[in-house]
Each structure stands twice: as structure tokens, then as C-alpha cells.
Design a binder for this molecule. Structure first.
Ligand code: FAD
Length: 294
């Protein structure tokens, strides 16, 4: 029995062969997906993941696709699209348990409206809570790791495991989930009563002014090193606005690459490679990518 038969016979969700990565990533490019799996529930996802691991099948997990650049070629791996799973939260004592599939911007606003938080840093970071945990997403000197008490995930045996913050190895755009296989399904965050709506709105406005939010992008391409922000390096190379095909370094924020219409992943990669090579040769600085490339 192949994966598709297993999913359909056990009623574990939908298999689709009509999507491309360009349909499910915020940058809007990337090749066709041979097998897109849309789980119908957490229980179904756990069974499917167990099957994938038992049969040693290759797979990739995607949520909102806000941080992913997928190549233009056909993708034969099973792509597990978790974005469509239900999400909710439940208040506990001094904490809140939130589904990993909760959209982050909505979460920041929902909690601010209830005067709980402070997750105002998340208000301009598109994606899901699970994606934010994977990358320890952050802004304004804050990151999701600062707020997490524990994370629940499905392990390779299809079991639900819980790990505490201290085992999550949160670092700069990094967590334990870069090193272990698992699907994050929820997290418990510490919360306090606090009014953050004004701060959230202010930060949202700042972002609209400083980032190309009207264009398709993946956020920052390169991590900042402690001495110099990456956009300054791109500017010093004279590459602000530089274009290959429909891929362009944003004129508004030079650590963003935008898709002006029909950009190919190969155009974007060519720009990334050019910036990396010139940064190394001209300034001796090795830039490190923030995005996931597959
Ligand atoms: C306009 C714009 C602005 C941005 N600004 C910021 C910013 O200020 N700060 C910042 O940190 N990031 C920023 N980003 C990047 C992006 O928003 C974050 O990385 C976000 O947290 C990704 O979440 P996602 O749900 O889209 O994850 P995806 O892009 O779908 O996935 C990202 C990675 O997480 C893994 N993953 C996702 N969900 C799960 C899960 N449930 N279990 C296990 N692994 C999972 C995927 O396999 C992949 O490797 C920005 C992006 C855009 C487009």
C-alpha cells in the first residue's frame, strides 16, 4: 500500500497533486508538488507521520510558507501542509495553551484585544505559531522562545511528546526542531494581564513604512550578525533594487527579496548567491540565510 492509499483508506485527510509551492508560500514561487497531504486532525496527522517514518518516506512540513523558498523543479517528497488544521486556545492558570496552527498575527491581536500578552512583537510576523517556534521568530528584541513554557509535538513514532522551554534550545532563529524530527502541535505560553493594543498598532505602522508588505516576500533573507545588519551589507554592495527577471531586492528594505509577478525560485537563488559571494569577497563577511530552502 502506498502513502496515498493509506491516507484514503484510513480517512486521514486529503491528498492533492494539483498544488505547486507557488500556491502555498508567501513568496509565490516553487515547483509542482507530487503529493500534498492535508491532514484532517491531529490524530490523523500522528498516524500519517508514523507511517511516513516507518516506511522511511521523505517529507517536508509546511504551515503558512512565510519563510520557505522551494526550487522550481518537481517535488517528489510528501509535503505535509498543516495550515488547514483547526486552531484554538485554552486559558490555564497564568498561562495559555495554543494550537500550533494559530495564525501569529491573529494571535497577537486576539490576545491584545483580551488585554493579555505581551505578544505584540508577533503582530507583524506572518505565519503560524508552529512556524514561529521552529524558527524562534522574533522582532523588537523579543522572540517566541521568551514566552514559551512548553511545546507539544508528534514524534517519529506518532506519539505526542511535551518538552519544556529549557530543552527547546531557543537561539537566534533556531530551536531544537532544527535538529530533531517532529511536528509541533501546540505550545503553552506564560501570560499576564497587560494592555498592548497601542504598541501593536504602532509596530504594525512601523512595519508598513519600512517593509515591502504589498509585495510577495519571505521576510528577511539573511540573519543579522552582531556587528552590522544585513541590509547595510546589501546596500554597501549597491544591490538595493537589483533585479533578475521578476525577482528583485526590495527598494524599501534591502534584506527582503520580492516577487514582482512571475519570479522563479532560480532567479531569487541567483540574487541570494550573488549577495553571499560578493559579501564574502568584498567584505570578508559570510552571510547566513534565515529562510529555509528546499
Ligand atoms: C513580510 C514578512 C515579514 C517577516 N518578518 C519576520 C520577522 O520580523 N521576524 C521573524 O522571525 N520572521 C519574519 N518573517 C518570516 C516568517 O514570518 C517566520 O519565520 C514565521 O514564523 C514562519 O511561520 P510559518 O507558519 O509561515 O512557517 P513555514 O514558513 O511554513 O515553515 C518554516 C519552517 O518551520 C517548519 N514548520 C512549520 N510549522 C511546523 C510545525 N507545526 N512543526 C514542525 N515544523 C514546522 C517548516 O518545516 C519550515 O522549516 C517574515 C516573513 C514575511 C513574509
Amino acid at each position: 500500500m502506498n502513502f496515498k492509499q493509506y491516507i484514503l483508506e484510513n480517512n486521514l485527510g486529503i491528498i492533492n497533486d494539483e498544488y505547486s509551492f507557488k500556491d502555498i508560500t508567501t513568496i509565490g514561487c516553487g515547483g509542482k508538488i507530487k503529493c500534498l497531504y492535508i491532514p484532517k486532525s491531529i490524530e490523523a496527522l500522528a498516524k500519517a507521520f508514523k507511517y511516513i517514518k516507518e516506511k522511511n518516506l521523505s517529507y517536508f512540513i509546511i504551515a503558512n510558507g512565510s519563510n520557505i523558498l522551494a526550487s522550481d523543479s518537481l517535488h517528489n517528497e510528501i509535503v505535509i501542509w498543516v495550515k488547514k488544521l483547526d486552531y484554538t486556545y485554552v486559558f490555564l492558570e497564568n498561562s495559555i495553551k495554543i494550537s500550533a496552527f494559530y495564525p501569529t498575527i491573529k494571535l497577537a491581536y486576539d490576545l491584545a484585544n483580551l488585554e493579555y500578552g505581551d505578544l505584540s512583537f508577533l503582530g507583524g510576523i506572518p505565519g503560524t505559531l508552529g512556524g514561529a517556534i521552529y524558527n524562534n521568530s522574533g522582532a523588537y528584541n523579543d522572540n517566541i522562545g521568551n514566552h514559551i513554557l512548553e511545546v507539544e509535538y508528534i514524534d517519529t513514532a506518532g506519539q505526542i511528546k511535551t518538552i519544556s522551554n529549557s530543552l527547546c534550545a531557543f537561539g537566534y532563529r533556531r530551536s531544537i526542531f532544527h535538529f530533531i524530527e517532529g511536528i509541533i502541535i501546540s505550545a503553552t505560553l506564560k501570560i499576564e494581564k497587560i494592555k498592548t493594543k497601542e504598541l501593536l498598532e504602532k509596530r504594525r505602522k512601523q512595519r508598513l513604512e519600512s517593509q515591502p508588505l504589498d509585495n510577495k516576500s519571505m521576510g528577511s533573507i539573511f540573519k543579522n550578525n552582531p556587528l552590522i545588519p544585513s541590509w547595510k551589507i546589501v546596500d554597501a554592495l549597491g544591490l538595493r533594487g537589483f533585479r533578475i527577471g521578476d525577482a528583485s531586492v526590495s527598494a524599501k528594505h534591502s534584506n527582503f527579496i520580492i516577487n514582482l509577478g512571475k519570479a522563479k525560485a532560480s532567479d531569487i537563488l541567483a540574487i541570494i548567491n550573488l549577495i553571499e559571494t560578493r559579501s564574502r569577497l568584498e567584505f570578508g563577511i559570510n552571510l547566513i540565510k534565515e529562510i529555509t530552502i528546499i
